[in-house]
Design a protein around this ligand. Sequence first.
Ligand code: ADP
Length: 315
Amino acid sequence: MLSIRNLVKVYPGPVTALQGVDLDVATGMFGLLGPNGAGKSTLMKIVAGLLEPTSGEVTLDAVDVVRNPEAVRPHLGYLPQDFGFYPHLTGESMLLFLLKLKGVDAAQGQKRLVADLLERVNLAFAAKRKVKGYSGGMRQRLGIAQAIAGNPKLIIVDEPTAGLDPEERHRFYRLLGELAQDRTVLLSTHIVEDVSTLCPRFAVIRDGKLVALTSPTEARASIAGAIFEGTVDAVELTQLKRTRRVTQAILYEGRNRVRIHEPNGTPPPGFEPVKETLEDAYLVLMQGAARAVSNGASGNDGKFNRLSAVGEVRP
Ligand code: ADP
């Protein structure tokens, strides 16, 4: 079990990246969803024992990650957002190099371990190819290969699907899903689809605070029947943004296809009820959190919004 208590990180500046995060994560896949700048990477680096928090506690199975990162590191695999590879090395040599750096024990020899890991992430076919010729998805799978070396009980993956094409993304989802069967995988992302595809539980982070702890099903249920869609011109869109809760406005065939969240009242003329998505729930929640901040509230008394509260934060 990973436990995070009242975690605060203030960078020089000062920039407050985390404002008191509390979170417990059990075995399986757990998502941390939030926009750029929300504090996801900061949280991931602290959990990985690579960055000291300003205050607060992180424990992995009761071992203190902050005070004793060396004790936790062998049980932890980390795929950072900006994983650096040496492009002129082959996949095999790169992985061997990374395993040596990590100091992973290999009972049957490191070459054998490299071969097994490449097999596991479906890269055996490219073992002798230079990394510079790898696609984005292949690089990410190589990154996962080093993260799972040593069979860690916690794997931290920071924004792993950004920049992958849809096919690569789905292949990567499958790999992460398999890994989460018998360990904890903490996945940070700004992509809602990552969460809806993979995560039975997830937290939403914004401005260094957790604003929800929920499941995709629960999140969608909280806005069921309250999402409406219609097509409007630019002037109408401006008007709608003033009077309604617009969750999405997408250009479609040159016009604005707009989704609004209308939990109580009637939708504007021409708007039809549509099936709610996790993206809608996320956007409604982010708007609620933004309003809470601009109203001077700390976002539900500093506690999680368990998403039952979506729609309760009124303008
Ligand atoms: P995310 O991963 O969600 O995009 P980050 O954790 O990278 O968010 O950043 C959270 C906030 O902390 C942002 O405002 C970012 O600009 C700031 N930040 C991140 N790293 C540093 C740093 N080394 N020094 C100062 N500010 C930083």
